[in-house]
Every structure is written in C-alpha cells, then in structure tokens.
Design a protein around this ligand. Structure first.
Ligand SMILES: [Zn+2]
Length: 359
C-alpha cells in the first residue's frame, strides 16, 4: 500500500470510545499540524501539532498507531509513509527523545523491580518451592538417596560396629520405645551401629528414617538416656524432613522447578540419588532447635529424662576441652544458649503434662 504524500496516508481511524474503525486519511500541513479526515465526507476527525501525537515504534510490519490524545487513534500498515511524514519533518526524532526522557524514571523503576523480584524469589519463592518439592517427592527418592549415602559411607569410612552386644541391644530397646511414639511408627526408622573411623563420635539421620550412631559417640557415656536424647533429636530431623529440605534448598530454584514439573534432569537425578554432600550440609539453627524440642517431647512421652539431650551437650562441651573436636559437635554446636534453651523447654514440658500429645 503506497501512498502519495499529497493525497495523505490511508488507514483506519478509531475514536477513543469506539471499538469499530472507519477508513481515514492522515495528512500533515506546512505548519506541522497532523490531521485525520474522513475520505468520503472530507470532515476533520482529529488534528494536533505533530509533536503532540504519540507514534508507536516501528516493529516489523506491525501497523503503526498514531495517537491523538483525547480524540482517538489512527492506524496504518504503511510504515514507510509514516516515517517519511514525521521523520522527514524532524518531528519523529524530537518525539523519540521526548519518549526517552519520559522513559528514564520508568527504566529505574524496572531495574528496581527486577532486583526486588530476584530477592523475593530467594526469600519467598525458594522456601515455597522447597515445601512443594518435599510434598511431591515420592518415598522412593529419599529411600534411594539414603541407601546410597549409607553404602558409600560403608565403603569408605565406616567399619562394622564393635560396640558390646548388650549395649547395642539396650540402646535399640530404648530406640524402639521412641519409634513407637513417633509419627512413622516402628517401621519408619532403623537404627544402624557403625564404627565411625575418621567421622568419630557422630549420629545422623537420613531422609528415609535411617539413623546412624557411631561407636565413638555411644562410648562417650554409659548413660543410655543421653544417647536416646541424641537419637530422639535425629528422629526429629526425620519427622520434619530436614535433610530433604536442606538438600532441595542447596539444589536451587531451577532444579526444583524441573523436579516439581516432573522433568528430572540428569544433574538433579545425580544429586538426588547420590545425596552428594547430604552429610556435609549442616542444618539451620532453626532446624536444630526444632529437633532439640522433638527430642525433649519424645523423651518425656517415653517416660525418660526430657533434658537428656541437654545433658549430652554439656558432656560434649566439657569433653571438647580435652579431646578436641567432634564431627557431631561441628554440626551440632553445644552453645550455652542451646543448652539453656533445651533445659528450659524440658522444664516447660514437665510442668505442662498435656503439652505434647502424640500426633
Ligand atoms: Zn541435628
């Protein structure tokens, strides 16, 4: 559609309040006033100085829109004619600069909005995605993950436990009592004794309910209740899906979206199956506090000393001075606040017998 500039540019006129358009002609006079007229009647539909109309950007062959502020919009597919008409008069250029100046504060706003969005994704979307991922994870995933972690530890650092059989069975009996009171029940948790080797005194839980206790930790005390306090804490980590959450948090947004969408990429699969670094990921302080409280409640309900875990932390704190560090200590710092808080909660639980009913 080529137009003769003198004859004007053919297009469609749409009044502001009307959806339907009528054919119209756009012209520019010598004073730089753009006007739209009805080609049949010759009636003027709109007119404004060219600098006052808004011209849409040229994008491929998309029809150009020329907006006359209050009157309406002229639309034409003849992009070249529009460029000649406005650009030739030097008005388009001015209009463009004018646009840019109007745009600058908006650009700043866009940048601020993008930064805020990125922050919000990490602050709010990631935790939500983690929760969704935990909820949609089929039980086979934590099972596979846990089995492979235990197998690789058995193949590298662990040796069969050398803990006396009577000690193992008395700890196992206590563990059974705790299991019976826990949401997953007797089959939901399995206790494994291992000689820790370089891992030293340690106890940890894997996401499928596998709980590992090293000889070195059991040998720190003759008091089974203290050990059970630690195992109650590990049961708490399992019940609250702490390991799974921690792993998903480390996996990041992309992996989570892929996983929730059912598209487990090879990277995500590796991460999930190998449980890489599952042990290296230390729980957040909040997770530790929650697990401590679970231990207190569980021990209380089992008729045992609810402050047993606090006593164990005190032991750890005192031993640290002469035996150096322990792995359990590095992921479970026995800070004075933690000991105090656990003791306080144990008091609270003992004084409010109906505080922690079975779930
Ligand atoms: Zn813990």
């Amino acid at each position: 559609m080529a137009s003769d500039p003198a004859a004007g540019i053919a297009g469609t006129w749409r009044r502001k309040d009307k959806a339907r358009g009528n054919s119209a002609v756009l012209r520019m006079d010598r004073d730089g006033v753009a006007s739209v007229t009805d080609p049949e009647s010759g009636d003027s539909l709109a007119a404004a100085p060219a600098g006052r109309v808004a011209i849409s950007d040229r994008v491929g062959s998309i029809p150009r829109r020329i907006e006359f502020a209050d009157a309406g919009t002229f639309e034409t597919p003849d992009n070249d004619a529009i460029d000649r008409l406005f650009y030739g008069a030097g008005i388009h250029r001015r209009g463009f600069v004018h646009e840019l100046e109007r745009f600058r504060p908006r650009l700043v706003l866009v940048v601020v909005a993008v930064v805020a969005l990125c922050f919000a994704v990490y602050r709010y979307a990631l935790p939500v995605l983690v929760e969704v991922a935990v909820a949609v994870t089929p039980p086979v995933v934590p099972e596979l993950m846990s089995q492979s972690v235990l197998a690789s530890l058995d193949g590298s650092v662990f040796a069969p436990s050398e803990l006396a059989a009577e000690r193992q069975s008395s700890i196992s009996r206590g563990f059974d009592e705790l299991k019976a009171l826990s949401p997953r029940g007797l089959d939901g948790y399995t206790l494994h004794f291992r000689k820790g080797g370089i891992i030293g005194p340690n106890a940890f839980a894997l996401p499928d309910g596998t709980v590992v206790l090293t000889d070195e930790l059991a040998e720190m005390t003759d008091d089974d209740e203290m050990i059970l306090g630690v195992l109650g804490h590990e049961i708490g980590h399992v019940d609250l899906d702490h390991s799974l959450r921690q792993l998903y948090r480390a996996a990041g947004v992309t992996a989570l979206i892929m996983m929730i969408g059912g598209d487990i990429g090879s990277g995500t699969e590796d991460l999930l199956v190998q449980g890489t670094g599952l042990l290296a990921l230390s729980h957040s302080r909040t997770a530790e506090r929650e697990a401590d409280r679970k231990s207190v409640e569980l021990m209380y309900r089992a008729g045992k000393d609810p402050a047993a875990i606090a006593r164990f932390f005190e032991l750890l704190r005192d031993r640290l001075n002469d035996t150096g560090t322990s792995d359990f200590f590095s992921t479970h710092p026995a800070t004075p606040e933690r000991i105090e808080e656990t003791r306080r909660y144990a008091e609270e639980v003992m004084n409010a017998p109906d505080c922690c009913k079975p779930e």
